[in-house]
Ligand binder design. Structure first.
Ligand code: MG
Length: 380
């Protein structure tokens, strides 16, 4: 089924209080209208944007990567959608507010699926607040919240149905704030589609700040890693977080046996959705014989940088019955801080024993686990 989307961008967005149309204000470096159009690019066959005369050339330029059809809007949203519907060539049409750039891909696909199955789909979110109707400052009634929804967009229909509904609305001289009310009046009760993702409408200036921050932080990724090495190498030290610590035996390993750094490397790779360290630094490769694991950790940090991530903080827990680690944790922290390019206070290292239990308790080896948080590098 060929699908089109109409993006409503002809309003002034006056409530946001910006000097220009709020849809041309950037959120995390891109104008809102760009972010919104980008969401539909590739998911629908045609993008139509209804614009005002004042913003036409700027919106056309900003959205040019998505090859939109630009249509002049009217005095009201109803008129703008009516004008845009005239050029729709898809069998189904999604009508979407330009100010909702966070619509999830799965919800766009979900709405299209609903139109195929039910003939219509109106994106909606259940009410979490109790709502009421009021007159002259007094509450008149409090409907059951379980039956209340906040209507959002996209609202999707068979093109011929919604086109008919809008032409009837225009000839009746009626105006509406959304499409579902037009469809409800002239065609049939539209089908509710409960959105899975957040689908916030940027209305006030504060919304821009709040959601820009959420989106910037929304790219955070958590990762977890674990490793174990056995004692038994004939040497008088072990290496943990790059620090040589005297011990009556070394850790058996292809590399320097830095079990804590190995756990941390796996946590970092895992957070970035990459494969584990065995894949990048195989112990069958002589290149890594006796390798300094801190250098391998630096390689991992470079690798995730190419994927657009940087480490925000890291937490390492080491279980060892011997040797005593407390005197060395500050130096360990310094080494990790340098390798991960974060401040020492962003690194946590805890060291404990296993109370004589298990292989660690029996002094057969050392175990380490690590967790990290990655953040997306802005402006990549
Ligand atoms: Mg290892």
């Amino acid at each position: 089924m060929k699908t089109s989307v109409i993006i409503c961008a002809a309003g002034r967005g006056e409530r946001a209080g910006f000097e220009k149309n709020k849809l041309l204000v950037p959120v995390n470096g891109q104008p809102v209208i760009y972010l919104t159009a980008e969401k539909f690019y590739g998911l629908t066959d045609e993008i139509i944007i209804a614009v005002s005369k004042e913003d036409e050339s700027e919106i056309k330029a900003v959205c040019s990567p998505f090859n939109p059809i630009i249509v002049r809007g009217g005095k009201t949203r109803t008129e703008s959608v009516y004008n845009a519907l005239k050029v729709v060539s898809g069998e189904a049409v999604l009508i979407h507010d330009g100010a909702r750039p966070f619509i999830a891909e799965e919800d766009i696909k979900g709405c299209i699926g609903y139109v195929e199955r039910y003939g219509s789909a109106v994106c909606a979110a259940p009410c979490t607040d109790t709502v009421c109707t009021a007159e002259k400052g007094e509450i008149i009634s409090v409907p059951d919240r379980a039956n209340m929804y906040r209507l959002q967009t996209p609202q999707c229909f068979k093109t011929e149905d919604i086109r008919l509904a809008y032409s009837l609305a225009i000839s009746d001289g009626e105006t509406y704030t959304d499409d579902s009310s037009v469809y409800l009046k002239y065609i049939a009760p539209p089908r509710l589609y409960t959105a899975c993702g957040e689908n916030v409408k940027l209305t006030y200036a504060g919304d821009f700040k709040e959601f820009a921050a959420i989106k910037a932080e929304g790219a955070d990724r958590v990762g977890f890693g674990a490793d174990v090495h056995a004692f038994g190498k004939e040497q008088n030290f072990i290496t943990l977080c790059g620090v040589k610590i005297p011990c009556d035996t070394g850790l058996i390993a292809h590399s320097d046996g830095d079990v804590a750094v190995h756990a941390l490397m796996d946590a970092v790779l895992s957070a970035a959705g990459l494969k584990d360290i065995g894949n990048y630094f195989p112990d069958t490769d002589d290149k890594y014989l006796g390798a300094d694991s801190i250098n391998l950790l630096k390689e991992v940090v470079k690798l995730i940088k190419t994927k657009g991530y940087a480490v925000k903080n890291a937490s390492v827990a080491i279980q060892a019955e011997k040797p005593k680690l407390a005197p060395y944790t500050e130096s360990m922290k310094g080494n990790l801080s340098a390798a991960l390019s974060v401040a020492p206070e962003c690194i946590g290292i805890s060291a404990g024993t296993c109370e004589g239990l298990g292989f660690v308790g029996k002094k057969l080896g050392i175990s380490a686990t690590a967790a990290v948080l990655l953040t997306q590098i802005q402006g990549r």
